[in-house]
Ligand binder design. Structure first.
Ligand code: SAH
Length: 212
């Protein structure tokens, strides 16, 4: 199969060497063909240590950032997960392997359509993509065990806290339009615990509860 060596190298040099430990995340990233989520002219760079453009001024995140965010969700396999910002669908494909059901929201219809095609090709049958303003979450399918937001927010939209199960985990970059800090939000029976992870740079989360 194409790019197998590149994928293994990506996992060892970019992920394991930098401290990603969740074996389920590592093996899913070793399996999922990332090159199917970028355009033909960028396939050779699909396993490089960087984000790449996916059209519509959006990007597929750097592999390490994808791994780190996914690891923070601590998925065991039986969870219902909400993803905000489908983009290329690469992160969605990983979640599809690691959780039982995945709902993903994208505001740009053209990206959602392309992502859907790639996910169909990989037989990710437990994924449903919606086109809407993800700053409002996806109330119809709530509550979720995990919520992952792959665009930068000015602050944490309240809808996400409301749609998270008690015991659930939310991973979201929060900060200015041009740089953010990755936050892990845990919803416990006695309240919310926020833990800051690394600095990061995401495209803006645009919408009613995001950037105007
Ligand atoms: N996880 C994606 C990252 C895509 S970049 C990947 O790996 O390819 C972030 C995406 O968030 C963009 O596609 C952008 O259109 C989308 N986005 C921004 N604001 C949004 C909103 N309010 N609701 C849904 N999607 C949004």
């Amino acid at each position: 199969m194409a790019y197998e060596k590149e994928r293994l190298l990506m996992v060892e040099a970019q992920l394991r060497a930098r401290g990603i430990k969740d074996e389920r995340v590592l093996s899913a990233m070793e399996e999922i063909p990332r090159h199917l989520f970028v355009s033909e002219d960028l396939k050779e760079m699909a396993y490089d240590d960087r984000p790449l453009p996916i059209g519509e001024d959006q990007t597929i995140s750097q592999p390490y950032m994808v791994a780190l965010m996914t690891e923070l969700l601590r998925l065991k396999g039986d969870e219902k997960v909400l993803e905000i910002g489908t983009g290329s669908g690469y992160q969605t494909a990983l979640l599809s392997r690691l959780a039982s059901r995945v709902f993903s929201v994208e505001r740009i219809a053209a990206l959602a359509l392309k992502a859907e095609k790639a996910l169909d090709e990989l037989h990710c049958g437990n994924v449903k993509i919606s086109v809407s303003d993800g700053t409002l979450g996806l109330p119809g399918e709530a509550p979720y065990d995990g919520i992952i937001v792959t665009a930068g927010a000015p602050e944490i939209p309240q809808a996400y806290i409301g749609q998270l199960k008690t015991g659930g985990r939310l991973v979201i970059p929060v900060g200015s339009r041009y740089s953010q800090v990755l936050q892990l939000v845990q919803k416990t029976s006695s309240g919310i615990i926020v833990t800051e992870s690394t600095g990061c740079v995401f495209v803006p989360l645009l919408g009613k509860e995001g950037w105007g």
